[in-house]
Write a protein that binds this ligand. Structure first.
Ligand code: SF4
Length: 120
């Protein structure tokens, strides 16, 4: 698990508190994308924007990051690491940045720690 440190969403201010559980990248994360995010992701992956985006609203050019059928982020790999870490969107870089995100992140962190402590 240690190799995954800071390889998922993660606010630098959160630092060592991040348990890299990757819960923030799963269960249908709605990650809003700026034009800069879309450009950076396209550049690093070589993909067209419509391969990794979902339209936020009809007739308005605003986008979310696409997620897989199982609800994981399109770029979350099989090891629960971010496949585009260096080019991850601003929302991911700043996460958690709101009271509700902090609340969810804290709950996930506690759950992850308690699950982990049960392992040999
Ligand atoms: S882009 Fe990376 S950090 Fe952001 S939700 Fe997807 S896997 Fe997580």
């Amino acid at each position: 698990m240690v190799h995954r440190i800071h390889q998922v969403m993660g606010n630098a201010a959160l630092g060592e508190m991040c348990e890299t559980c990757a819960e923030c990248c799963r269960h249908y994360p709605f990650v809003e994308l700026s034009q800069d995010d879309i450009h950076a992701l396209g550049k690093v992956t070589g993909l067209r924007f419509d391969a990794f985006t979902n339209p936020k609203r009809k007739r308005v050019e605003e986008y979310f990051l696409k997620f897989k059928e199982n609800g994981d982020c399109f770029f979350l790999d099989d090891n629960y690491s971010c496949g585009v870490y260096e080019a991850r969107p601003g929302v991911c870089r700043d996460y958690p940045s709101t009271p509700s995100q902090n609340k969810v992140c804290s709950a996930n962190r506690r759950q992850f720690q308690s699950d982990d402590s049960g392992l040999a």
